[in-house]
Design a protein around this ligand. Structure first.
Ligand SMILES: [Zn+2]
Length: 434
């Protein structure tokens, strides 16, 4: 689920505040402004008491966050500048390159975004790297301030051109796959020529990099329902003096070739699919797997959670699902293994138990936190053998297979979540990540 940008913007503003020099510069009360080296839209909006959204709209900015020195901006309905300290003392070198051209989507795939609490049209446009006017036009919006939580927006595809050479301080950007499959985990490694803070955005999701100094990396979940297309990954390096440099790399997402299946539920059990019943359970899990333990607890590849000489896989990840011949409502978010009440479940990698409880839909569950936003879940157990807070090592017993919750028979459902998105667990058993 996309993170709201609001806290990020707020903390960004606070960071700006802390990094300020105290010299004041009084810009004139013109209705236009020439972008200076070191300017960001946030900074200009702050300085002139304007909403970023209004500046972006007034200037039909192709990318609200991408402005460049020398660019003339219209400042709509400008108020007297506030005595806010501003950045001074930047070198005259261009800090940002304007996008040289925009490549419209050719595949006709449609991306959708469900508006979350606290989001604005500007924050959504920024998340996807699309312009406010394009976003408004695609959705027939006339007033950018009137949005409803839960409203679904169509995100027009607007892929920025990849720069042929990386701007300073970027030395190299490495993707573990040039073409990534739906539902898979991508490793991104970035080398910088100097120490800088690094952040990124991919398909509406913020990327939080780890690593110190000049080498950073992040693991990125590609949602299993992502329409196959090319996507821009945005990287922003913030230098110690507060300057931002943004660049892009494109990544192609391909189909996972996932099939479809219809699940027949027995009478009585189907009522558990009632949204109200499962909503509280979903919220509990979402709250848990949205947290980020800042260091990785796992190492190397993951093992299978059951002994594969006695158990087999009965359902794969990604399969589009319908229930009792209804339309497709979801996809299978994990891998199912056969087994019974005497089949032990082992932790496939080191982690910490964050949930060991009985839920209505998922039955007896264990959820392990592996760090860096990576979690693994074990549903429908007959018995739970661990407690919340317990640290487990790879191979430790965590429970036994069962048929508790919404199931058609005994099995283990093994699921992996990265930043809240379900990812293919089998990739983690084959590939050393990162
Ligand atoms: Zn399952």
């Amino acid at each position: 689920m996309p993170h709201s940008l609001k806290p990020i913007i707020i903390s960004f503003i606070i960071c700006l505040w802390l990094g300020l020099t105290t010299q004041l510069s009084h810009a004139q009360m013109n209705d236009s402004y020439t972008v200076q080296a070191g300017d960001t839209l946030t900074l200009i909006a702050l300085r002139y008491n304007l909403a970023m959204i209004d500046i972006a709209l007034a200037n039909q900015l192709p990318y609200p966050y991408l402005i460049y020195p020398g660019q003339t901006l219209i400042l709509p309905g400008i108020l007297p500048p506030t005595p806010t300290p501003i950045f001074t003392g930047y070198s005259a070198s261009p800090l940002m390159q304007p996008p040289t051209n925009l490549t419209p989507a050719t595949t006709g795939q449609v991306k959708l975004h469900t508006i979350q609490m606290g989001e604005t049209l500007f924050s959504i446009a920024t998340l996807y790297g699309v312009s406010m006017p394009d976003l408004m036009q695609a959705n027939g919006l006339t007033n950018p301030d009137i949005l409803q939580m839960g409203q679904i927006l169509e995100i027009p595809s607007n892929l920025p051109a990849e720069p042929t050479t990386l701007p300073e301080p970027f030395s190299s950007i490495y993707f573990s796959e040039a073409v990534i499959m739906q539902g898979h985990t991508l490793v991104v490694k970035v080398n910088l020529s100097q120490v800088a803070r690094l952040s990124g955005v991919f398909n509406g999701t913020r990327l939080f990099f780890t690593g110190s100094g000049q080498q950073k990396w992040v693991i990125v979940a590609v949602d299993a329902m992502t329409p196959p297309d090319s996507y821009a990954v945005q990287f922003t390096a913030t230098m110690p003096d507060g300057r931002d440099m943004t660049t892009y790399r494109n990544i192609t997402v391909t189909s996972g070739g996932y099939g479809t299946e219809d699940i027949q539920l027995e009478e009585g059990r189907e009522t558990l699919l009632d949204p109200e019943t499962s909503q509280a359970e979903w919220e509990l899990l979402t709250k848990l797997w949205s947290q980020i333990t800042p260091r990785p607890l796992w190492q190397g590849t993951f093992n299978y959670p059951v002994n594969m000489t006695t158990s087999g896989m009965t359902s794969f990840f990604g399969t589009r699902r319908s229930y009792n011949a209804s339309p497709i409502v979801s996809f299978h978010s994990g891998v199912d293994f056969s087994g019974g009440a005497s089949t032990p479940i082992f932790a496939p990698a080191a982690g910490r138990v964050v949930l060991a409880d009985t839920l209505q839909v998922r039955g007896n569950v264990v959820l392990l936190d592996h760090g860096l936003g990576l979690f693994s879940g074990y549903w429908h157990q007959s018995r739970i053998m661990v407690e919340v807070g317990q640290e487990v090592a790879a191979g430790d017993l965590i429970g036994y297979v069962g048929d508790t919750g919404l199931v058609t028979g005994p099995h283990l459902h093994w699921e992996m979540r990265l930043n809240g998105l379900a990812v293919e667990p089998l990739q983690w058993t084959e590939q050393v990540i990162p």
